[in-house]
Write a protein that binds this ligand. Structure first.
Ligand code: PFF
Length: 469
């Protein structure tokens, strides 16, 4: 593929990869998942998974992508046709995540306008406003479609011009606002309770479900397990230091998640809200916090939701890119057609997801589309996708080739190579298997086990028909 586009610069790549990683996963999902999984212990398990598994899988994705110079599916398929299914599974994950991500992206976009429409004056009723909004059958659909349209525009323009620019300009804005919110939150009375909740572990409450939630969160947040970073790696030039890039992206992503936690929990405890409040957390806590600040509060709240929308956008364009790159590389679509076809399917899925929050539409094992798409990807597909990639790299690829790729043909030092290789070959596959197994087992207590088993069956079917993919 001589004509494969390349990243304009190192900083451009890091911003785009970090832009993919940092998104709703950090600011919307991480706080409420930590909150509903008991806080500190979840956070510590999450951090251990990020450092050992997340970083290693990211490095593997970069290496495999750059080595083969092909996006997710091609990177597997060009080595061994029987592995095509692992790549296609990633494309399917991209589709499924884009079946609910634009719904939440649409909420963020809507909130920019709601803030100016007097949301902050609702005070105690800010939570009810959120509940009323997301369960409304029509309103959130409009915002979701507007959000998805932004994705279509960015991705149709192609990799370096669209994605890179968006990431470069808007990530620092987000970071600054999160710091501002954290500082404000930490000055409120009772704020230390929130800090304790977030960092003081109580391991007695940890179950298989908690550990799987932490693993799934690590994969989701770092954009791993579905070929996204393989695709990005394939655009990376040969002089870049892969391990260093993976470390920077992992650190930035984790930093933002922790910062988002620090922005939410002190304020929540100060307001006497429930840490297990669920998916509405950011949409309730942030406006409530800024409502205390008078006129300036409105400005900052709006800026926050602008930044959240942008963070979401730089992630969802990467999800869309995985599907688009597959259609371009494997099915010979042109870019615009690939974008339009995939975005149309994603729009239909997101409509189902949005309606399901108002109790409308079909259910599987008692769960609506939003929960099904989320559970399948976050709890099953990404982790198993990451596990498959590790098995592929550890057992199918050549160790010396991997060493050559990661050290730029011997020009760089990577002192942790043997440790990384052992993680990828043995430890990560076994760990993911055990965590998924115990997570599914405890999923049956909360009524989501059926959906998880369904996820495993889908993967099995893909593997079985792999030759036809
Ligand atoms: N990492 C993104 C987030 O935290 O919001 C979500 C995501 C993007 C997951 C791209 C997977 C992916 F391939």
């Amino acid at each position: 593929m001589e004509n494969r586009e390349n990243w304009g610069s190192k900083i451009g790549f890091i911003m785009a990869a970090a832009g993919s990683a940092v998104g709703l996963g950090n600011i919307w999902k991480f706080p409420y998942t930590a909150g509903s999984n008991g806080g500190g212990a979840f956070v510590i398990i999450y951090l251990v998974f990020v450092a050992l598994i997340g970083f290693s899988v990211m490095l593997t994705e970069f290496a495999v992508g750059r080595r083969n110079n092909l996006a997710a599916v091609g990177a597997f398929k060009s080595v061994d046709k029987r592995w095509t299914f692992a790549g296609v599974l990633g494309v399917l994950s991209g589709f499924l995540i884009m079946g609910f991500y634009p719904v939440v992206g649409g909420w963020a976009l809507a909130y920019v306008f709601k803030v100016f429409g007097g949301l902050l004056t609702a005070k105690e009723a800010i939570g009810d406003v959120f509940g009323g909004f997301i369960t409304n059958p029509i309103q959130p659909l409009m915002w979701m479609l507007a959000y998805l349209l932004l994705n279509v525009i960015i991705v149709s323009k192609g990799i370096s011009s669209g994605i890179e620019k968006a990431g470069k300009v808007l990530m620092p804005v987000l970071f600054a606002i999160l710091i501002l919110i954290s500082v404000k939150g930490l000055t409120l009375p009772n704020a230390m309770e929130g800090v304790k909740f977030l960092f003081k572990p109580d391991f007695s409450k940890v179950t298989g479900a908690t550990v799987l939630a932490a693993l799934g969160q690590a994969f989701f947040s770092l954009s791993l397990g579905m070929g996204c970073m393989i695709t990005y790696g394939s655009y990376l030039n040969k002089e870049e230091n892969l391990a260093q890039n993976a470390a920077i992206v992992t650190a930035m992503d984790t930093g933002v998640a922790l910062l988002a936690g620090l922005a939410m929990f002190p304020a929540m405890f100060s307001f006497g809200m429930e840490p297990a409040a669920g998916p509405g957390l950011v949409f309730v806590v942030v406006p409530s916090l800024f409502a205390e600040m008078g006129g300036a509060g409105m400005f900052f709240a709006a800026l926050f939701f602008v930044a959240l929308t942008v963070a979401a956008l730089t992630s969802s364009v990467s999800l869309l890119e995985v599907v688009v790159a597959y259609l371009i590389d494997e099915k010979k679509f042109d870019r615009v057609k690939a974008v339009l076809v995939s975005a149309s399917v994603m729009a239909l899925m997101s409509i189902l997801a949005s309606l399901s929050l108002g109790g409308l539409g079909p259910t599987i094992f008692g769960k609506g589309a939003f929960d099904v798409f989320d559970l399948l990807t976050d709890k099953i597909f990404l982790a198993i996708g990451g596990m498959l990639l590790c098995i592929f790299a550890g057992w199918r690829l050549d160790k010396e080739e991997l060493r050559a790729e990661i050290t730029n043909e011997g020009k760089l030092q990577f002192g942790l190579f043997e440790f990384w290789y052992a993680l990828v070959k043995y430890i990560i596959p076994v760990t993911v298997f055990l965590v998924a197994f115990s997570g599914i087992k405890s999923g049956f207590d909360s009524g989501v086990g059926g959906i998880m088993v369904l996820g495993v069956v889908i993967i099995g079917v893909f593997a079985a028909i792999s030759k036809k993919l």
